[in-house]
Design a protein around this ligand. Structure first.
Ligand code: PGA
Ligand code: ZN
Length: 424
């Protein structure tokens, strides 16, 4: 039984406050969870409550959310069985009472939801991935390493927010991690040799002021080759365009020019021909449904088209997208929806509907590694947690190394077959 719930304000990887929650069970188990925070947030995400008191952290304090955990959410779930996750999450949602969790904040709710799951797992003496996924949890994800950062994650001129290395030819997660790290270091040397700055963006990738988005892909190709890997078969490429960020009044402003959705779609088709790209996220804006449909018809049989701002891990928005035949993959961010149960509902719906899933960190992260266990629990097969550098990013990858070791011979790494491009 849940005996007590505590909370505090801690810092995230960008130096902004966030919520940490601690749950105590009556058997003495204590577990904690910390909440991440996005920069390029979707308009339809659950509400992140900030204090707005300009005298503290520039208004970004989370003392109201912390207070809501201590005064309202904790007392509401006291004496409930910690393993009754869906009941706990329902109580949290009802206590808040709003559609988008804006009264007490999704950051307050998520911290409690995740800490309860971790406490229940610990109390059952099971690793979190096993507790949540049961005996069939065994698929280690392909890591999508975001090694060049642009958009709202870096102070450079690149429109595309993320450029991924996808080590799809590796035979295990551990090998994929090594390939990613080796290529990351070669990329560093290549950028430096070309005279570019090698400072890092929010997710640990380099943030050079490249002349074009294609140049980012060219650098990845060069780094993969120089690191001794086969481009496309060992390590493929991916992008998160985060197109909502440069869309306004029906126009995409990309590489300094106005673009229509059709023109941008043709550009993606060209890129997919010219480069071994396996996945493109948020290629179009979060409300541009008809254009998304057109893009999916044109490119969906070849490229994994991931909806992030489009779906915001929301089962209702995802169901709408599935009905319309839009995208073919769901990005999964626990704080976009705010409870573990709703997150798992979205994942279930995606998998039942033939959509792939990719679990994701946020650009503002903490040392919390819950998503590493979640991605294995549901056999998703894909995770993005930034570059293979910076501890808040690497913490998730390191946890996946532990899980792979624990699973031993039962561990499966899907590799290439995860992506439409290689399924033919
Ligand atoms: P965010 O970016 O965490 O800043 O929203 C991540 C993403 O767009 O995938
Ligand atoms: Zn995204």
């Amino acid at each position: 039984l849940i005996e007590a719930v505590g909370a505090r304000e801690i810092l995230d990887s960008r130096g902004n406050p966030t919520v940490e929650v601690e749950v105590l069970l009556d058997d003495g188990t204590v577990q904690r969870a910390a909440v991440p925070s996005g920069a390029s947030t979707g308009a339809f995400e659950a509400y992140e409550l900030r204090d707005g008191d300009k005298k503290r952290y520039g208004g970004k304090g989370v003392l109201k959310a912390v207070g809501a955990v201590i005064d309202e959410l904790g007392p509401a779930i006291e004496d409930v069985e910690a393993s009754e996750q869906r009941i706990v999450d329902d109580i949290l949602i009802e206590t808040d009472g709003t559609e988008n969790k804006s009264r007490v904040g999704a950051n307050a709710i998520l911290g409690v939801s995740l800490a309860v799951a971790k406490a229940a797992a610990d109390s059952a003496d099971l690793p979190l991935f096993r507790y949540l996924g049961g005996p069939n949890a065994h698929v280690l994800p392909i890591p999508l390493f975001n090694v060049i950062n642009g958009g709202s994650h870096a102070d450079n001129g690149i429109d595309c927010q993320e450029f991924f290395l996808a080590p799809i030819g590796a035979s295990s997660f551990a090998e994929a991690l090594r390939w990613g790290a080796e290529t990351y270091h070669v990329l560093h040397s290549e950028l430096k040799a070309a005279g570019y700055a090698t400072g890092l963006g929010d997710e640990g990738g380099f943030a050079p002021d490249l002349k074009s988005n294609r140049e980012g892909l060219d650098f990845l190709v060069k780094a993969i080759e120089k690191a001794g890997f086969a481009v496309g078969t060992d390590i493929a490429l991916g992008m998160d365009v985060a197109a909502t960020e440069f869309f306004a009044d029906g126009v995409y402003t990309f590489e300094g020019k106005p673009w229509t959705a059709e023109a941008l779609t043709d550009y993606y088709i060209e890129l997919a021909d010219a480069y071994p790209i396996v996945t493109i996220e948020d290629a179009l804006a979060e409300d541009d449904w008809d254009a998304w449909k057109h893009l999916t018809d044109k490119l969906g049989s070849k490229i994994q088209l991931v909806g992030d701002d489009l779906f915001v891990t929301n089962p209702t928005r995802l169901a709408d997208g599935i009905k319309r035949g839009v995208a073919n993959s769901l990005l999964v961010k626990v704080n976009q929806i705010g409870t573990l149960s709703e997150t798992l509902d979205a994942v279930d719906l995606a998998h039942r509907s033939g959509y792939t899933t990719m679990f994701s960190h946020r650009s503002g992260e903490t040392e919390d590694t819950t998503i590493a266990d979640l991605v294995v629990a549901v056999n998703s097969g894909q995770i993005k947690s930034g570059a293979p550098a910076r501890s808040e990013r690497v913490a998730k990858y390191n946890q996946l190394l532990r899980i792979e070791e624990e699973l031993g011979d039962a561990a499966e790494f899907i590799g290439r077959a995860a992506f439409p491009r290689y399924q033919a």
